[in-house]
Write a protein of this length. Structure first.
Length: 176
């Protein structure tokens, strides 16, 4: 691809968001990671100084436990099914980025979830794959930062406060 000025990239199939929290279940002696994923992402990214936004459908998050999935949909986010990350300027990719070459960056914006907006920075790796851009971002936040009560259930002895987020985006140029 190589040329990004004036191009709007849209989130495409293959994109995924993962939220991971370390928990201690009553029936297990060691902690484990509760992992929830969704491929229900949408949005647009600009690399020419314009604003970018990515929406994540929280009601489509799924884990290995149906109880956890229902809890997230019905108790944590019943009236707020979407989380939105907005960045006023994600910054340009370096000129001359060769196809297949990766670049590391940090993207700072705002994560809006349950009506609370929190500044959040993602450590990002980006790669130009010719017909699409591959972007992997990692960040972390705490329940407390968003005013979200730590989830609880009889089968859970404890849940750590830190939520680790990984967002994988396959971005394609918007059709004109």
């Amino acid at each position: 691809m190589g040329e990004y000025e004036g191009v709007v990239f849209v989130v495409s199939e293959g994109s995924e968001a993962t939220f991971t929290v370390t928990e201690q279940l009553v029936r297990l002696t060691l902690p484990n990671d509760a992992v929830m994923r969704t491929t229900a992402l949408s949005g647009a990214v600009r690399l020419d100084g314009g604003p970018s936004a990515v929406d994540i459908d929280l009601h489509q998050l799924a884990s290995d436990q149906q109880f956890r999935d229902r809890y997230v949909r019905n108790r944590m986010f019943p009236n707020h099914p979407t989380a939105t990350f907005t960045a006023p300027d994600v910054g340009p990719l370096p000129q001359g980025l060769a196809e297949g070459e990766e670049v590391d960056a940090q993207v700072t914006g705002t994560l809006d979830i349950r009506g609370a907006a929190l500044p959040l920075s993602f450590d990002v790796q980006a790669r130009d794959d010719g017909d699409k851009l591959f972007v992997l971002g990692r960040a972390a936040f705490t329940w407390d930062e968003f005013g979200i009560p730590t989830p609880s259930a009889a089968s859970v002895a404890s849940i750590e406060d830190e939520v680790r987020v990984e967002v994988l985006l396959w971005l394609v140029p918007e059709s004109s």
